[in-house]
Design a protein around this ligand. Sequence first.
Ligand code: HEC
Length: 290
Amino acid sequence: MIRRPQLDPASFEFLLQRLAPANDANLRQAAAGALGRAELNPEQLLHLAGGPLAHEDPLLIASLLEAFRKASSEGAGSALIAALLKSPVSIGEVAGKRLEQLLKNFSPSVQAGARPLFARLRQEQRGRIERLRKLEPLLTAGGDIGRGRRIFFGQKVACASCHTIGAEGGHVGPDLTAVGAIRSGHDLLEAIVFPSASFVPGFEAFNVELATEVRSGLIVERTRDAVVLVTGPHSEERIPRGQIRSIKSSSVSLMPDGLDESLTQAELTDLLAFLQSQKSRQDVLAMRTR
Ligand code: HEC
């Protein structure tokens, strides 16, 4: 059994404060993760649904949803659905799929209440295909590479928490140092707008089923005794084989959905210009001098 800590009122309040939009992305993500893993009491769940959840950005909703993993009460269920229906941001494909699983614990009436939410999700999906088509002109709109670099390495969408370019960045996702040379502009746009549309080989996500929960992530190591799972930029877990019921590949990328929606059109144009310019100049120079 994975132990899930209960939260005293002070710790709960502390984590809620850390979720504030003014804080940096890593801090917020860590707080959302801690809230999601915690064993919240009914009052705390209602509080979460009543406030923070409705205003959260899509990056954090998936983590916060986990807090409802063991909930089944009518109150918590309706508050959760009401919050998501009210939320100005889409919960996205990943959180949507997780929500579908979580709702199985709730009464038919709570599940029925969620129908408009799923209808909205499907409609959004159609809308996003359209969106991709509309965003294509940004690829050639003359974005600023320097500004794009600052977005990539900045806090707002935190690309570098998972990706390395040059010598800097994280290793959850593929190294993007030469991505402009190996991917077309269209592929780059699709990778950002629809991360789950295709997977980079070696970076497929897996669902690891434990006794009471399913963990999703990249498997970075398999030994006879354990599996090492990376579930996010700062979270790596070693799961003993004895705790694992099944390991199945997941259709959902570890790269968050909807990052493009957190950027303005101008920011996205700059980011795309920066990515397209990543043609690994060093390699090219090395080849020329050979
Ligand atoms: C939580 C980690 C995470 C964050 C944050 C993240 N990514 Fe990713 N990204 C991944 C993973 C994992 C993959 C590989 C799986 C896949 O293809 O979906 C990936 C794949 C990609 C690819 C496809 C690479 C290829 O070779 O085709 C691109 C491009 C990309 N990410 C760009 C970005 C950009 C730009 C941002 C910031 C707006 C970003 N990523 C934020 C984890 C992340």
